[in-house]
Design a binder for this molecule. Sequence first.
Ligand code: ATP
Ligand code: MG
Length: 402
Amino acid sequence: MKLEKLPEEFVQAQPVLEKISEHGFEAYFVGGSVRDVLLGREIHDVDIATSAYPEEIKDIFPYTIDVGIEHGTVLVLAGKSEAEHYEITTFRTESKYTDYRRPDHVDFVRDLREDLKRRDFTVNAFACDFEGQIIDLFDGLTDLKERRLTAVGSALERFNEDALRIMRAMRFASTLDFKIEEKTFSAMRERSHLLEKISVERIFIELDKLLLGSEWRNGLTLLIESEAWKYLPDFQDLALKKVLTELSVDFHFKNSEQAWAALLTRFSNIDVKAFLRKWKVSNEFSKYVADLVSAYELENWDLVSLYHFGLEKALLVDELKIAFGRDIDRERAVFINDQLQIHDKSEIVIAGKDLMDEFSLKPGPELGKILKTIEEQIVKNELKNEQIAILTEVKKMLELEK
Ligand code: ATP
Ligand code: MG
């Protein structure tokens, strides 16, 4: 099969592939980009595989960077703009996954088939030459047509080698709207316990992509049915089922934070931050999600809560509430936000330093308390965010204390 029209990204990279072949080596587009072109989806990263060894690639191109030379990957800076660069990886095999997660070592090979054989699913194992000729050694085109994920070779062995592929299968089921071939699925079930050997960070990335996929319901359903959820830190299948049944059917998550918050609102007895610590996410992410979950518990926005969480979170939470069928006032968050004089304490027109000068105060708890009180009063619109008003109020406070 030949592509009728190469996508712009491939056309741009054509000279690179041609140059490699002028030197007597093979070079192909491989991986997700070929799959996505065939599906008519947007492509985001162009991977190139070649029979040339890394040193040979470096001899061909004047500007290269060793980005992962031990895995056979060289970054080639080619084309008109500096921004144009390609990851070119030597055909390779991976052997002996004794720890179920990373190959013990990779061997460079000259044969394309060997390279394609190590890839996870048939639709991820296409190669495409610079003229758009598709090389399909594992009948991936049929799977693509049937919108089906099938492991390359023995599914049981493939998940044994690398259990992350189980998560990847569910992720692609969500993002591509694919089903999973029967044997591949039963192997996923059988091998799901091996997920315990995979780092949570890598699982998180896949699960996160799953949640953001258009068919996240497919993905979560597979997570339940494969029983893989049992091997994810602190997961509760009941919560997953609730998300599936309680969220309105056509809902799509705006971002990761909202997706994880939605899940966590269905968990019972949950300490959001402790949960996310197990998933080793950043503190920033954890705090954001924890905020969304606690804001979800609020009945109505008021000045104080809106100031505390901010409009961005408020809107994400409102969207979730609506999607979970709660009857809320959709205009309220924006309305309340418009009434706020400040959205951050840095917007208060008077700073601690000004008060110290004006009232000969020293830095310390007393000053802190005064600033806090002023902030609160401004938020509640009990005090104008204006210099004279604030100074008058502080003066009153200090006199009262005497
Ligand atoms: P995406 O659209 O998210 O980039 P992708 O299919 O390109 O999806 P990548 O993680 O970028 O996924 O990997 C590129 C290619 O490398 C895959 O298409 C697949 O052929 C191969 N691959 C990646 N991870 C694995 C894995 N764990 N096991 C086997 N092959 C893999
Ligand atoms: Mg990719």
